[in-house]
Design a protein around this ligand. Structure first.
Ligand SMILES: NC(=O)c1ccc[n+]([C@@H]2O[C@H](COP(=O)([O-])OP(=O)(O)OC[C@H]3O[C@@H](n4cnc5c(N)ncnc54)[C@H](O)[C@@H]3O)[C@@H](O)[C@H]2O)c1
Length: 491
């Protein structure tokens, strides 16, 4: 997370700009957004809501506290105090050039600029900028907050450091930068996508297939493979034991056949457009764009989580991102006197709510589990530490109800410890009215993670535990601590 900027300026807040706002803000970066359209604010709010939902499902890892999104009136105001600038204005060269020129005159020379352009050449876009050497392409894919790919490409005057800085920032946001070897129209991914899209339009224009049938031809077949491997590895496998050589011998000659119309484009007549729109409306079946986005996001989340267990593609990127999130140190904010530690806070998302209208009981355990994770990281026990504490016993008390949108925070008191064990007491509060909603008592056992064996904590770890124990020694023992479940009376 070291490369994460504190504040970023976004120029343009449409489909892509709003996606960037979500990617940055959900990774703890403050956003200053310039977009002349009044509706940009609503777009960003809606996209941010969908992004929160998707990220909350994608990972249980401790995300940083969400950054703020501030709307400003000019490009110059947007870059004020920003460490990085991402431009996502309409794909028109003269508009982007003027915008980048104006913003660059107001930004210190060391602030790197990236443009989301899908295919305009950075050499042309940087022409009118102050300090043009800091412009690079940072071409993302929709939805920007879920897909890891971002193509990074410098122009003739771009300094290698600008490309490296942009790539490092994207990596810190959980993305996978693909740095292009040289500048080229359309970059790599859109050249591939355009070829497919042109062919798809021909198939519909010639009434060979409908929009729905073309989509099925991708999503039921090759599309499934493409999430884990592209054409080269796929075709190597298709070549059988003889691999790529066999595949090329077998299918190479077919490339000479006039199967495709790759360089031709169907004329975009009113008739073709009407047909496309009618077929597309039929596919959407009354669902609006936000509904379709949620469906797409849920499917992407399932796919990426599935890929994570195999360590490929976007799943590998997610695993690396989660390792970095767990490695981020958890500092306990200073509190008056020797108060319990305050290490975790969260907001109740709608999906935690059950049929009663309040958070499902399992979610209380989740919040306490996340609190324990925060304590472990506070003790320096990240994923590479080689040891950890495992929960062996839990006692939860439910005292109040949490509702969607409630801000929650927890406190942690160390009730006891020895070389192998921690006895923890967590309390869950609603932030604001400070209502106590639940408490949890846990017994934790120190385990060597490689050998999966209980063992005494190493002296340095024990030292950190003892520092907390000394700070908590004078705290009163909570009333509920040590309670057992049972109905008092003669049995
Ligand atoms: N849509 C995609 O799938 C996609 C994917 C990758 C990259 N891109 C690229 O991202 C950029 C933005 O595309 P989009 O799809 O978000 O378009 P969009 O039309 O949804 O958004 C563009 C936004 O820019 C705003 N705008 C207009 N003039 C402006 C100005 N002078 N300064 C700042 N903002 C201004 C508009 O009000 C609008 O909100 C384009 O360069 C596009 O090629 C798009």
């Amino acid at each position: 997370m070291a490369d994460r900027p504190g504040t970023v300026a976004l120029l343009g807040g449409g489909v892509i700009g709003a996606g960037w706002a979500a990617r940055f803000a959900l990774n703890g970066v403050d956003v200053r957004l310039y977009d002349p359209a009044p509706e940009a604010e609503r777009t960003v709010e809606q996209v941010l809501a969908n992004a929160r939902r998707a990220l909350g499902r994608l990972t249980l890892s401790p995300l940083p506290a969400e950054g703020t999104v501030t709307r400003v009136a000019t490009p110059e105001e947007a870059v004020e105090g920003a460490d990085f600038v991402q431009e996502s204005a309409p794909e028109r060269e003269e508009l982007k050039r003027a915008l980048l020129a104006a913003a660059s005159r107001a930004a210190p020379a060391e602030v790197v600029f990236a443009t989301s352009t899908s295919g305009l050449l950075p050499t042309r876009l940087q022409a009118d900028m102050a300090h043009p050497e800091r412009l690079t392409v940072g071409h993302p894919f929709n939805p920007v907050y879920l897909l890891p790919l971002v193509e990074v490409c410098g122009g003739d005057r771009t300094a290698p450091e600008a490309v490296e800085r942009a790539a490092a920032i994207y990596r810190g946001l959980g993305m996978r930068p693909l740095v292009l070897r040289r500048e080229i129209d359309g970059f790599v991914a859109d050249r591939l996508l355009e070829a497919l899209w042109r062919e798809a339009l021909w198939l519909v224009a010639d009434d060979v297939a409908t929009a729905e049938e073309v989509d099925a031809a991708i999503s039921l077949g090759a599309g499934l493979r493409w999430a884990c491997m592209g054409p080269f590895l796929t075709y190597r496998i298709a070549g059988g034991t003889a691999g790529m050589r066999h595949f090329m011998e077998h299918f190479g000659p077919a490339l000479q056949l006039p199967w495709t119309k790759l360089t031709d484009v169907p004329e975009l007549t009113d008739e073709l457009l009407d047909k496309l729109l009618a077929q597309s409306d039929a596919q959407a079946a009354g669902r609006d764009v936000r509904d379709l986005e949620r469906l797409r996001d849920d499917c992407l989340v399932s796919l990426i989580q599935g890929l994570r267990s195999h360590g490929v593609g976007a799943g590998e990127a997610l695993a690396e991102y989660e390792r970095a999130l767990f490695a981020a140190p958890v500092e306990a904010p200073a509190r008056d006197g020797d108060a319990p530690l305050r290490l975790h806070s969260t907001v109740v998302p709608p999906e935690w709510i059950d049929y009663n209208g309040h958070a499902h009981e399992s979610t209380y355990l989740r919040v306490f589990g996340d609190t324990t994770d925060a304590l472990l990281r506070h003790l320096g026990l990240d994923l590479d530490a080689g040891s950890s504490y495992y929960t062996v016993e839990t006692h939860l008390s439910h005292l109040g109800q949490a509702r969607a949108g409630d801000r929650l925070h927890t406190t942690t008191q160390l009730l006891g410890h020895d070389a192998k064990r921690l006895h923890l007491y967590h309390a869950l509060y609603r932030t604001g009215d400070e209502a106590l909603l639940a408490t949890a008592e846990h017994m934790m056992l120190h385990v060597e993670t490689g050998a999966q064996r209980a063992s005494p904590a190493a002296p340095a770890l024990l030292d950190r535990v003892e520092r907390i124990a000394r700070a908590h020694a004078g705290l009163p023992r909570p009333d509920r601590a040590g309670r057992a479940i049972g109905i008092p009376g003669p049995h």
